[in-house]
Design a protein around this ligand. Structure first.
Ligand code: HMG
Ligand code: MG
Length: 309
């Protein structure tokens, strides 16, 4: 990769010295691929991601297998991961049935995934907005009692394909419910990738009136090419945890207008350039995404993967 390295810089004032990348490619990415990979290939993907220096590699989902057949092998995947090591391998859990499966598989970190809108709650969870917390609250409580950490995703924070622009008050309300139920952290999801930096700044300002900025993450899909700009706005607002997916894989099977997540390579390239530490080795991440693209039979949508290939 000679000739492509940026000069060493120190973070601009107001920017964090380091960022924690929450890698979601093996979950958010693979849940939306038409090619269903073998458990063995998923395990190799996750191990390779961890070896690049990523501290958190979201591994799979313990959802109803009929809803997301791509991740129906969650038990097999978790059984092969080195769960006692420093890397964390969180999984999605919607309900108590999922929690029992995750616990039996040795999972220590879970994430519930609430919706900010009525329509997506129904389509993604088969619950109304009012009902979703009846499902999540016991999961959060029980997971905490068992010593697990619990992240609360909030989906459709900026726009919804059926309902249009989403009021900030709806997002703030769901964040409040997740925190009241015991979540340790919140990730604000732009599920369909429509947000712009001004909106990001405004929502974070509202949410951080009661959510500690250290407990807040951002999760941008890149449908309109704004994910990196939105991340920059979030960093300026003080956020230090950013979700992304290797190679820009991703989408949501229950929101067809959602395309891939912010690519981890694009994020690392920007953060390296800003002098913000991530601990991630970009060259080996690019190699991993190129290998996975071959397995999936389609090129990576990440600009940085293509540029460095
Ligand atoms: P439901 O159909 O209403 O299920 O699904 P139910 O509660 O009526 O239960 C029916 C049967 O399913 C029962 O079996 C349960 O035991 C079984 P029966 O008694 O009839 O024999 N069942 C399960 N089996 C295994 N594991 C389970 C489980 N749960 C129930 N966990 C449910 C409700 C929430 C389960 C379903 O809607 C579901 O699985 N949804 C998940 C959808 C999903 O994974 N979407 C993608 C992730 S969200 C996302 O990508 C957004 C995010 O990235 C952030 C962003 O981008 O904004 C996070
Ligand atoms: Mg997502």
């Amino acid at each position: 990769m000679s000739g492509t390295q940026l000069p060493e810089v120190v973070p601009a004032s107001g920017m964090p010295a380091s960022v924690t990348i929450w890698e979601v490619g093996a979950r958010d990415g693979l849940q939306n691929e038409t090619t269903v990979l073998s458990a063995q290939t998923k395990i190799e993907f996750i191990n390779r991601l961890a070896a690049t220096g990523l501290p958190i590699v979201e591994a799979t989902s313990f959802v109803r297998p009929e809803w997301v057949p791509q991740l129906a092998d969650a038990e097999d995947v978790m059984a092969a991961l080195p769960l006692d090591e420093a890397v964390r391998y969180p999984v999605l859990v919607p309900n108590l049935a999922g929690l029992e499966r995750a616990d039996a598989a040795g999972v220590r970190d879970i994430a519930v995934f609430a919706s900010a809108t009525e329509t997506f709650a129904k389509k993604n969870l088969n619950r109304t907005l009012g009902e979703q917390m009846n499902m999540f609250a016991p999961v959060i409580q029980e997971a905490k009692a068992r010593g697990m950490s619990v992240r609360g995703y909030v989906s459709m924070c900026f726009g919804d394909p059926w309902e249009g622009v989403v009021a900030k008050s709806q997002v703030v309300s769901v964040c409040g419910q997740l925190l009241a139920a015991g979540c340790d952290s919140i990730s604000l999801g732009d599920t369909i990738g429509v947000a712009t930096p001004g909106q990001v700044h405004e929502l974070i300002t509202d949410v951080t009136r009661f959510v500690d900025i250290a407990a807040l993450a951002v999760h941008f899909h890149d449908t309109y090419g704004q994910a990196l700009s939105n991340t920059y706005a979030a960093l300026q607002a003080g956020v230090t945890t950013v979700d992304s997916s290797a190679g820009g894989l991703g989408g949501c099977p229950y929101a067809k207008s959602a395309t891939g997540n912010l690519a981890t390579e694009d994020l690392v390239w920007m953060l390296d350039g800003l002098g913000i530490a991530t601990g991630v080795d970009l060259a080996s991440l690019v190699q991993t995404s190129r290998w996975l693209a071959d397995e999936l039979g389609r090129p990576s949508p990440s600009r940085v993967v293509r540029a460095l290939s």
